[in-house]
Design a protein around this ligand. Structure first.
Ligand SMILES: [Zn+2]
Length: 303
C-alpha cells in the first residue's frame, strides 16, 4: 500500500484514499461521489478533507483563511448538510439548487450531504436533476450508512467508494499515537468495543461516561446468554430501552459476542446463527421506526 500524499485524518481505507488522490492528480474527479459504508468509519472526515484539499489555494495548508472557514463550517462555497437525525426535504434541495446556479465561481462549489438516505423522495428527485446536469465546477459528496436506501438513479450518477471497518491492529496503532497517556489494555478493549469503527473508539475515549456504559454493557452481555428466560433479559433492558443510541450500541455488541461464540465452536451453532439473524432483523425494524419495546421483546424471545 502506498503512503497517502495528504493527511486525511482517518484510519484504514488506504486504497480508497489513494483512489481519490489519483483522481485529484489526474484531474479525473467525478462531479459526484457516494461514500458508502458502516457508521463511524470516516466518511464525513474524508469528505471534509477532500473539500479542504480542493478549496485551499496552498494545497491544504491547514491554516489559511479558507482552511479555517471550512473547518468552522462557514466557507460559502462549501455547503454541508450535517446529519441532524431529521429528514432532508424538498425545500432544502430547492434552495441548494438556486444557490448553486446563482453565481459562477472560479473555484469549486462543494456540497456534502451527510447520510443522504435522509432525503425524501421529492428531495432525491430534485437532486437527481442537478446530478444529471451539474453546474460547472460543482462537486457533490453524499455519505450513506446504507446505500440500498438511495435511489438507484442517484447511485448511477455518482462514483461510489466503499468504506470498510478498520483492522484492529491498525486502529490500535492509530489510537496509541493519539492517546499516548492511556494504557495498552484499555486501548485494546476500546478497539474491540468499537468493532472496527474509529469514530466510536474516539467517542469512548473522549467521554468517561460512554466508556463506563460500554464496559458495563460488555461485561453484562457476556452473561446474557446464560439468563434462563426472556423475562430476565427484558428486565435487564428496561434501564435503557427508551434510549435509541444505547439500544443500537447494545445490539452491536450483542452481535459481536454472538459471532464470537459461534466462531469459538460452542455447542449448538444453529442457536447462534438464528440469533445473529434475529439481531439484524431487530436492527432493521428499529431503523424503520417499529416500536422498540416490541422489537426487543421479540428478540429476547427468539433464543
Ligand atoms: Zn489552506
Amino acid at each position: 500500500m502506498t503512503q497517502t500524499r495528504y493527511r486525511w485524518r482517518v484510519v484504514g481505507n488506504e486504497a480508497l484514499l489513494n483512489q481519490l488522490e489519483s483522481d485529484i492528480a489526474q484531474n479525473n474527479l467525478s462531479h459526484a461521489y457516494i461514500f458508502s459504508g458502516p457508521p463511524e468509519t470516516g466518511k464525513r472526515t474524508v469528505a471534509v478533507t477532500l473539500a479542504h484539499i480542493l478549496q485551499c489555494e496552498n494545497d491544504f495548508c491547514h491554516d489559511c483563511k479558507i482552511c479555517m472557514q471550512i473547518s468552522k463550517g462557514i466557507h460559502s462555497e462549501t455547503m454541508e448538510f450535517r446529519d441532524d437525525g431529521e429528514q432532508l426535504g424538498i425545500d432544502a434541495m430547492r434552495d441548494l439548487v438556486v444557490r448553486l446556479n446563482l453565481t459562477p465561481s472560479a473555484t469549486y462549489k462543494i456540497v456534502i450531504i451527510e447520510r443522504a438516505e435522509r432525503m425524501t423522495l421529492e428531495a432525491a428527485n430534485c437532486l437527481l436533476k442537478t446530478l444529471e446536469e451539474p453546474p460547472a465546477q460543482t462537486l457533490f459528496i453524499l455519505t450513506t450508512d446504507n446505500i440500498r436506501e438511495l435511489l438507484p438513479t442517484v447511485i448511477s450518477r455518482c462514483r461510489t467508494l466503499g468504506f470498510r471497518l478498520c483492522e484492529e491492529d491498525g486502529l490500535f496503532n492509530f489510537l496509541k499515537e493519539k492517546y499516548f497517556d492511556i494504557d495498552d489494555s484499555t486501548l485494546k478493549l476500546v478497539c474491540e468495543l468499537s468493532l472496527g469503527r474509529p469514530g466510536v473508539a474516539f467517542k469512548i475515549l473522549e467521554d468517561p461516561e460512554i466508556m463506563r456504559f460500554y464496559k458495563s454493557l460488555y461485561q453484562d452481555l457476556s452473561r446474557f446468554f446464560d439468563f434462563n428466560n426472556a423475562f430476565e433479559r427484558m428486565v435487564y433492558l428496561q434501564e435503557f430501552i427508551e434510549d435509541k443510541d444505547r439500544i443500537t450500541i447494545f445490539l452491536d455488541i450483542f452481535t459481536h459476542l454472538t459471532r464470537r461464540k459461534l466462531l469459538a465452536g460452542e455447542a449448538d451453532p444453529s442457536r447462534y446463527l438464528r440469533l445473529i439473524d434475529a439481531i439484524s432483523f431487530t436492527k432493521l425494524a428499529l431503523r424503520q421506526h417499529v416500536n422498540s419495546r416490541l422489537a426487543l421483546e421479540n428478540l429476547m424471545l427468539s433464543f
